[in-house]
Write a protein that binds this ligand. Structure first.
Ligand code: C2E
Ligand code: MG
Ligand code: MG
Ligand code: MG
Length: 282
């Protein structure tokens, strides 16, 4: 009996593994096709100064609309693109597309930075610096408008190599930001050695404000620390007016989240901007 049960369990387990492996394989194959047939687009989530209600920046977030499966979320395909190396090609496309949109905004007289997410593989890529510098030149984008988001885990490991790479990026004149701050394993002693400009407080700390007093303490502490280190701080995943009020009271004024806006396709940005102006009474 025990043996039969064991066999069944094993059988069941391996079927589940097969399903997961099959899904990975499916996504991997479809990704190659998707790059060729242009199934990707970028959405842009506004970052709002909650004091002035002005848009101070945008985060570019990739979207994949599969012809049969519909929207496939980045959390599902980015890790596979990363593991297969396809992220290098995809990431290059994201960079160029985001810079071109940013320049269209500039030409319309709109201010604001453009943040893109970098994956670990791109960060380690020897061609990254040349690639960014080429795109800036091709698009004529002022380097300071481009912000690159990295995660703590990408910076740990070979810390010296990471610091050297960060300095090369800074030398291009672009902004650097640590994404999902507080969720990785970075050490505070390294933080001051990383030449970064801003921190993004992870959504996991923000989401239970004002119900969870520990999260409120942690968020307030991250903001205070960022200020002491002269880093900008952006709060992510802000969904309620209570959260905005808390952040304001604690001197964090740049807010990104559904409270103001979800990520939007390019053609909805101008509509959002004018609605925000109406609210601000401009
Ligand atoms: P992230 O960089 O931390 O991006 C923030 C995520 O939170 C986005 O999810 C965004 O849609 C979502 N979000 C924003 N505001 C709220 C809110 O108020 N509530 C909730 N519940 N969620 C909110 P998304 O677009 O699904 O992206 C997930 C992750 O995928 C990103 O996390 C980033 O790590 C990765 N990613 C997205 N686009 C790219 C890309 O172009 N390149 C790379 N390498 N990674 C990307
Ligand atoms: Mg990000
Ligand atoms: Mg983020
Ligand atoms: Mg994040």
């Amino acid at each position: 009996e025990a043996k039969a049960k064991g066999r069944n369990t094993f059988h069941f387990y391996s079927q589940e593994l097969d399903a997961a492996a099959n899904e990975r394989l499916y996504i991997e194959n479809e990704l190659r096709q998707a790059i060729k047939s242009k199934q990707f687009s970028l959405y842009y989530q506004p970052q709002v100064d909650c004091k002035t209600l002005k848009i101070v920046g945008y985060e570019a977030l990739i979207r994949w609309k599969h012809p049969d499966k519909g929207m496939i979320p980045p959390t599902k395909f980015i890790p596979i693109a990363e593991a297969t190396g396809l992220i290098v090609e995809l990431g290059a496309w994201v960079l160029e597309e985001a810079c071109m949109f940013s320049m269209r905004l500039q030409r319309q007289g709109r201010s604001g930075n453009m943040s893109i997410n970098l994956s670990a593989r791109q960060f380690k890529d020897a061609h990254l610096i040349a690639e960014i510098s080429d795109v800036l030149e091709r698009t004529q984008m002022p380097p300071s408008l481009l912000h690159v988001e990295l995660t703590e885990s990408m910076l740990m490991g070979d810390v010296e190599a990471a610091i050297a790479q960060l300095h090369q990026m800074k030398d291009l004149g672009i902004g650097l930001s640590i994404d999902d701050f507080g969720t990785g394993y970075s050490s505070l002693s390294y933080l001051k050695r990383f030449p970064v400009d801003s921190l993004k407080v992870d959504r996991s700390f923000v989401k239970d404000i004002p119900d969870d007093s520990n999260d409120m303490e942690i968020t307030a502490a991250i903001i205070a620390m960022a200020q002491k280190l002269k880093l900008q701080v952006v709060a992510e995943g802000v969904e309620t007016k209570e959260q905005v009020a808390f952040l304001k009271r604690n001197n964090c004024f740049i807010v990104q989240g559904y409270y103001y806006s979800p990520p939007l396709p390019e053609h909805e940005i101008e509509i959002f901007r004018s609605q925000l102006q109406d609210k601000a009474g401009i």
